[in-house]
Design a protein around this ligand. Structure first.
Ligand SMILES: Nc1ncnc2c1ncn2[C@@H]1O[C@H](COP(=O)(O)OP(=O)(O)OP(=O)(O)O)[C@@H](O)[C@H]1O
Ligand SMILES: [Mg+2]
Length: 683
């Protein structure tokens, strides 16, 4: 243990030991018994006014003074640092009400019987940094998700600050920062803008100044102030990772979990990130880091080494790992443990015995319900900014209606949307113009959104876990894209009306035929935009977007009925009802009275009738399809990781392991299906 110079131990009657120091001493004493050495306090550890004693921001300065730099970090002895860490000298398992993390006998088994994690137990106290290491596929990320409350274990439990993660997740989630391996910051925004939007979403009750102060604080804490106005995609890898961490620190989480924050970084950035984590831990947080980088493990207080199959091979101080496992060569250790994980785990159990039983839950903290309107407004403003910030895509979207409008003008003839002469060479002109207009509206809508959800899935998942409502998120997206689609359609309609003329048969419901035709096209584009979101939600990667777009457009061309008759053709007709193209085309055909102005038309589709009832039916069906698609996207993007109310209640009631539901394809296993909690299960 590094020595700390004694400065003062004078506590007068009107003085108090600062609460965070007292807190720490109290915890140490409870967990590990009375300290062996005298308690050393500095002047600033003692305050005159007890009401000023709990400033959490003061903690780093004290810790930093005692821990001058990351490579020479004085640490508590392993037992004090980790409580009852398994490889550390054994101490009684005592629950405290402080922000301590207790992981007890955690196991996760897939429905097909495959065990991803087996009986993992460890504890970590505030101010400690724990590294989770192990070969690829050992279950490190799975463990991080279980500890972060994203997954529910098959057996065992995670307790934080005395609360069971499974039962009280809603109340705890604001106290947990989870930084996944992927970046969870929008690359098109500046660091400051990204943090501001995140602060709005994560600190809904804070005043504007408080949010600004929180943003300034995390920028300062992560040394990003100089880069605050830099776009995230212009940051270096390490800076970008720090920006992801900054997002999580906005809510001052007491538990911070990072999944491979140093992957892909050079050794200097590696050290920078690990040093930062040390600092964040020193500020009084419990920090867990999943890492493949073993060079800077000595800055950690505790290392948890997992074998393939998610079994523990080692848990304790990084300095003892060589002596305990019989080799200081990481490559050798990894090879040996990967080759025979069972022996490694057996040895671990021989050294330490079974972990203690899970602890009982105190009362649940309560969670504030999400504020839909405010979240919708924040996400909508952010979405608008994202669209505007992506200059290349914005230019494409701006030019698209001009290109499609001009292409529509290439339809031969000069009758436009008037009654065509059946004997002229341009007898098909009206139907071709309506077809071009409808398909252009569909293409613009779909192209607007199809890459949206798949592109920011990891960000959205993280935000959902932090409390963002999927409904608010989706409503905001639809609102922004609806405005964009309506604007594009206005340009398209204007070009065609100027080039080909307005509909000549009058409107069926609205007073102006141009306005009515625009309404049908705008509705088609908006519903197509929602369809694009649905496709985006279905896509597993960006690579699938292009084939999906091509397929959607080809199906729209067929099902709209303007090129290939679908009405009255069994199966094809019924299938077309599920396509927005069918109803959108029919609504525009109804307004323009296509059946009359295109005399050579083979189809006699009732949906195209130039009267109010049919027009309203077409528009109503578009709205129904749009709503259904939006609901499907909402369902698809919902937080599968979250516990359902019934699951929570069952978890509270049940202390016995329950069988997992059958799953036909384990690879398709959704994380909800593996959320199972058996709080008192012991090995
Ligand atoms: N939802 C899931 N369904 C089925 N198998 C899964 C699921 N999630 C993870 N796995 C499997 O569990 C094992 C552990 O995965 P995990 O991502 O936790 O490994 P890891 O230790 O983080 O690996 P890496 O170091 O490569 O990131 C892997 O074999 C993986 O294929
Ligand atoms: Mg991983």
């Amino acid at each position: 243990m590094n020595t700390v110079e004694p400065i003062a131990i004078s506590v007068g009657k009107t003085q108090r030991v600062r609460s965070d120091i007292w807190h720490s001493v109290w915890t140490d004493t409870i967990v590990a018994g009375p300290p062996q050495t005298p308690l050393l306090l500095a002047d600033e550890d003692i305050v005159d006014d007890p009401t000023t004693a709990a400033d959490p921001e003061l903690a780093p300065s004290i810790n930093n003074r005692r821990r001058p730099n990351a490579t020479n970090i004085p640490r508590m002895p392993a037992d004090l640092a980790t409580g009852d860490a398994a490889d550390a000298p054994k101490t009684p398992a005592v629950s405290t009400a402080v922000d301590r993390l207790d992981v007890r006998s955690l196991s996760l088994t897939l429905p097909n019987g495959r065990q991803l994690l087996s009986n993992v137990s460890f504890s970590a106290r505030p101010g400690t940094l724990t590294a989770i290491i192990g070969p690829s596929g050992a279950g490190k990320s799975t463990l991080a998700k279980l500890v972060g409350g994203v997954l529910t274990p098959t057996t065992g439990e995670v307790r934080f600050a005395g609360h069971c993660m499974s039962d009280d997740y809603a109340g705890l989630r604001h106290r947990i920062g989870l930084v996944p391996q992927d970046d969870v910051v929008h690359h098109q925004l500046t660091v400051r803008a990204a943090l501001r939007f995140a602060a709005e979403l994560r600190l809904p009750d804070a005043a504007t100044e408080e949010r600004a102060a929180a943003v300034a604080r995390v920028l300062e804490e992560l040394e990003l102030t100089d880069h605050a106005d830099t776009r995230v995609d212009k940051l270096s890898g390490g800076q970008r990772k720090r920006a992801s961490v900054a997002m999580e620190l906005l809510t001052r989480p007491a538990l911070l979990i990072l999944d491979e924050p140093t992957s892909g970084l050079d050794p200097a950035l590696d050290r920078q990130v690990m040093t930062m984590l040390r600092r964040l831990a020193d500020a009084g947080r419990v920090v867990l880091v999943v890492t493949h980088c073993l060079t800077y493990l000595d800055v950690c207080d505790q290392v948890l080494f997992l074998t393939p199959g998610g079994k523990t091979a080692y848990c304790g101080s990084p300095h003892d790992i060589g002596a305990v496992l019989g080799s200081a060569d990481w490559a050798d250790l990894f090879t040996r443990i990967s080759a025979d994980p069972d022996t490694a785990h057996r040895d671990f159990l021989t050294r330490h015995g079974a972990p203690p039983a899970p602890l009982r839950a105190p009362s649940s903290p309560t969670a504030a319900p999400p504020r839909l309107l405010r979240q919708t407004s924040t996400v909508a403003r952010r979405q608008a900014r994202l669209v505007l910030a992506d200059r290349g895509y914005l230019a494409f979207l701006a030019v698209l209606p001009f290109i499609l409008g001009t292409l529509s003008l290439l339809v031969p003839g000069d009758t436009g949307l008037g009654v065509a002469d059946p004997y002229s060479r341009a007898a098909e002109e009206p139907v071709q113009v309506v077809f071009m207009l409808s398909i252009s509206a569909m293409f613009m809508g779909c192209a607007l959104t199809i890459r949206d959800l798949v592109g920011e899935r990891s960000i959205f998942q993280r935000e959902q876990i932090a409390g963002l409502s999927a409904t608010a998120y989706l409503a905001a997206k639809i609102a922004v894209y609806a405005v964009a689609a309506a604007t594009q359609t206005a340009v398209l309609t204007a070009i065609v009306v100027v080039g080909k003329g307005a509909p000549t048969r009058g409107a069926v419901l609205l007073s102006n035929p141009i306005l009515e035709m625009y309404t049908t096209l705008a509705a088609t584009a908006i519903v197509s935009a929602i369809m694009g979101l649905a496709l985006s939600a279905l896509a597993k990667s960006q690579d699938q977007i292009l084939p999906m777009l091509v397929l959607a457009m080809m199906l729209s061309i067929v099902f709209c009925g303007g090129m290939i008759p679908v009405s009255g053709r069994p199966v094809l007709d019924q299938l077309s009802w599920a396509s927005p193209a069918r109803w959108g085309f029919a609504a525009t055909a109804s307004t323009t009275d296509l059946a009359t102005i295109a005399p050579l038309l083979q189809t006699n589709d009732a949906l195209w009738s130039h009267n109010t009832c049919w027009w309203l039916l077409n528009m109503a069906m578009l709205i129904v399809l749009g709503t259904t698609l939006a609901a499907a996207v909402r369902w698809r993007t919902r937080l599968r990781l979250a516990r359902s109310r019934s699951a929570r209640q069952t978890a509270k009631r049940s202390c016995r392991p329950r069988p997992l539901p059958p799953c036909s394809n384990p690879l398709k296993l959704r994380e909800t299906t593996v959320r199972r909690m058996t709080p008192t299960q012991t090995p």
